[in-house]
Design a protein around this ligand. Structure first.
Ligand SMILES: C[C@H](O)[C@H](O)[C@H]1CNC2=NC(N)=NC(=O)C2=N1
Length: 91
């Protein structure tokens, strides 16, 4: 999977609402009702990540989940990140 150039990144971001670029990654912050809902959401993300064999960095602070996606093996953003981001958006 090859790194996306700046023009492709802009196009992908425009099709991936709720995610913002942070350097070599894209980030989404999701607020749930409470910690239990945050954990349930993270577990659904985990299922998608396992199915895709592509895994976000995840932090959980009570009801707030921060997902960070980057393709570590490529050293930056690839189509895999945006594919998974859009699957997460569809949850
Ligand atoms: C062996 C396995 O396919 C790799 O380690 C995968 C797993 N999940 C991954 N997730 C992410 N975000 N980047 C990777 O490069 C990556 N590599």
């Amino acid at each position: 999977m090859s790194l996306l150039d700046e023009q492709s990144l802009s196009g992908e971001l425009a099709q991936t609402p709720g995610w913002e670029r942070q350097g070599d990654a894209i980030v989404k912050v999701v607020r749930l009702a409470d910690f239990a809902e945050a954990m349930a959401f993270v577990n659904r993300v985990a299922e998608l990540a396992e199915a895709a064999d592509h895994h976000p960095d995840i932090t959980i602070r009570w009801n707030t989940v921060t997902l960070t996606l980057s393709t570590h093996s490529a050293g930056g953003l690839t189509g895999k990140d945006f594919d998974l981001a859009r699957r997460i958006n569809a949850l």
